[in-house]
Write a protein that binds this ligand. Structure first.
Ligand SMILES: Nc1ncnc2c1ncn2[C@@H]1O[C@H](COP(=O)(O)OP(=O)(O)O)[C@@H](O)[C@H]1O
Ligand SMILES: [Mg+2]
Length: 233
């Protein structure tokens, strides 16, 4: 029996292998269990497989072998509206942002809420709040293609968390940010985590996990190693 979202396990990966053609083994026999409500840091050098692991968790890539359950469901088996419903509970901030570059900041951030038919008033307020928290208020109506990379990165984060997903996956969320802005990003993610969201952060920025009590695991040559056990808070 594997875990279920209801009784405490958000993510269950069992002996997952991912090989890209022709023979790049990005992940090899990775098993990982993440508790509902946990904040989890995934570290490792460039090319270690961090992005691949996150993409498997949001169904952007399919494992070559092994099983992946998210909230008790085999994410690569669920189909149609069940998959759509599961995907709506996952907020992803991609390493390469994937913003709609001809749309404004506000439009990008609002997308997930619009897709799930939230009230316009609610969307407006949430967008405004998030932009304030990330020091982007003055960019509300700016087309995202005109922003700096650091600004685009924060828009991607705001979009990922806007609809209060139960699982938040963020890939190198502070790669283009200065210390002050990094702090704001971590404050927002901590706030989401304190409200109950499970947060998985792939990073090689030690400043963001050094002074936390959360679990850290490192990918090395496609294998997962425990760096630090998390403390129950
Ligand atoms: N679409 C792809 N096709 C082929 N190889 C890939 C692809 N995506 C990633 N890789 C390779 O898989 C390995 C892991 O990459 P990635 O998951 O992006 O690592 P990280 O995010 O830790 O830098 C690297 O060797 C990378 O070159
Ligand atoms: Mg990466």
């Amino acid at each position: 029996m594997t875990g279920h979202g209801e009784n405490g396990t958000m993510i269950e990966m069992i002996k997952v292998t991912k090989t890209y053609p022709p023979d790049v083994k990005a992940l090899s026999d990775v098993s990982l269990s993440i508790t509902t409500g946990e904040m989890f840091f995934l570290i490792g050098m460039s090319g270690a497989g961090k992005t691949t692991l996150l993409k498997l968790l949001c169904n952007m890539e399919t494992p070559s072998n092994g099983l992946i359950e998210v909230a008790g469901k085999d994410i690569h088996r669920v189909k149609g509206r069940h998959l759509a419903r599961l995907r709506q509970k996952i907020g992803v901030a991609y390493q390469d942002f994937k913003l709609l570059t001809d749309r404004t900041v506000a439009e990008n951030v609002a997308i997930s809420m619009e897709v799930s038919y939230k009230k316009p008033q609610l969307i407006k307020k949430r967008v405004k709040d998030l932009l304030e928290q990330l020091a982007l208020s003055d960019k509300h109506n700016t087309v995202t293609g005109e922003l700096s990379r650091g600004e685009q990165q924060r828009v991607a984060l705001a979009r990922a968390v806007a609809n209060s997903p139960t699982l938040i996956l963020v890939d190198e969320p502070t790669g283009n940010l200065d210390a002050g802005t990094t702090e704001k990003v971590m404050q927002l993610l901590t706030k989401c985590n304190n409200s109950g969201a499970t947060v998985v952060i792939a990073t090689h920025d030690h400043s963001i996990y050094r002074n936390t009590h959360h679990r850290i695991m490192e990918l090395r040559y496609g294998k997962l190693h425990l760096v630090r056990e998390g403390m129950v808070s």
